[in-house]
Write a protein that binds this ligand. Sequence first.
Ligand code: NAD
Length: 419
Amino acid sequence: MTIDLHRLALDAIDHAADELALDGWIRSSLVQPERSLAVQVPYVTDDGEIRIVPGYRVAHSTARGPAKGGTRFHPEVTPEEVAGLATLMSVKTALMDLPLGGGKGGVTIDPKELSELELESLTRSYTRAIAGNIGPDRDVPAPDVNTSERHMDWIADEYARIVGRPSPAVVTGKSLPAGGSLGRDTATAAGCRAVILESAERLGLPSDARVVVQGFGNAGAHLARMLQADGLRVVGLSDSRGAVHHPQGLDVVAVSATKRVHGSVVHHPGVELVSPRDLLALDCEILVPAALEGVIERPEAEAVRARLIAEAANGPCTPEADEVLVDRGITIVPDVLASAGGVTVSCFEWEQNLRGERWSAAQVAERLASKMATALHELWHVADARALPMRTAATVLGVDRIATALEERAGLAVDELAS
Ligand code: NAD
């Protein structure tokens, strides 16, 4: 099911603003982006033709620091979607207590139809078009759907040419030689692992709890491997071709090898094949959706047998499913927290670039685990104190922090007028 992310983000903020009894001007500031830029992105094709596609960069909030958020290249990118995703990023960075705001960017194009040279031309042109709005202390892009470290390296290089000096902190998710951070590739999985282990302990789950992971890509595959190394049993896995089950636990490393060689987890020997829907209803303690949005609707929510759901994917539960899960007493670690490892290590990369430092993989891992655990404990506190479901509490905590920063700024502005 497709989810209207912008609508969802605005509804969640409205709800949080009610809970916090926020003033009118703060509400207005939260529901509309601070800065929205729509640009033409011309690029040169391999035949020497010039084509123009639309591009966007939205800074939803810089109340707590420079805007931060990914850049997606996709044929269905719209200004509304970019604004919605930028709004969610503001909540996410505030919930994680990072010194950053929220932003997002995109270009409406199918990058799979472009050659490498065309992609580079497009990315550099997009950088020139948005250069006035980005910068290490203004708005810091990162990778998102269909963009990766090579796109980020092009952005950093083009921006350096424009400003006339190296400026690696303008963008994160770069390659290591270009100033990227160690631990970035496994950051989302490592962050999700940290909140799963903390939550499992709080819920009193066994140390060899059974886990089902839907999606075996960047987030899901690393996470499944990490959890198995932690002693948990990964009893179910899936990718876009199907799902596999083994009640005693799958060998995740071996399944990865099967996928690498044969293209899918379904070719792994000695496992039971199950339907994608049955995967979500397998007997287990922990369920991790790490694939697509909107995969858990009401019927799936009624069938879930896990006690804990950690949303590594963005928006995997529909609002109706969410209600069912909350009513059934299933604990949800919402996407804004469970998938926040990526933006947290992005923040570490930005900090390393600004200070001219290089942190070791162990330093990154330790700081990430500590940030995730702190955010989870703060979230539990808000959820318990206000008797709210975790998802609502997460928005309330994030919005409260943004509102406090806005109030402080307004206070300064009033002081200036008075003096
Ligand atoms: P990916 O493309 O690397 O992997 C996606 C996986 O999902 C693939 O294994 C694919 O086969 C599988 N899949 C696709 N359709 C499926 C279906 N119908 N049923 C089961 N599996 C299916 O993507 P990713 O980077 O791992 O991202 C996954 C989710 O995590 C997305 O929602 C993304 O927004 C979110 N996320 C990722 C990151 C990150 O750093 N990678 C950060 C934050 C959030």
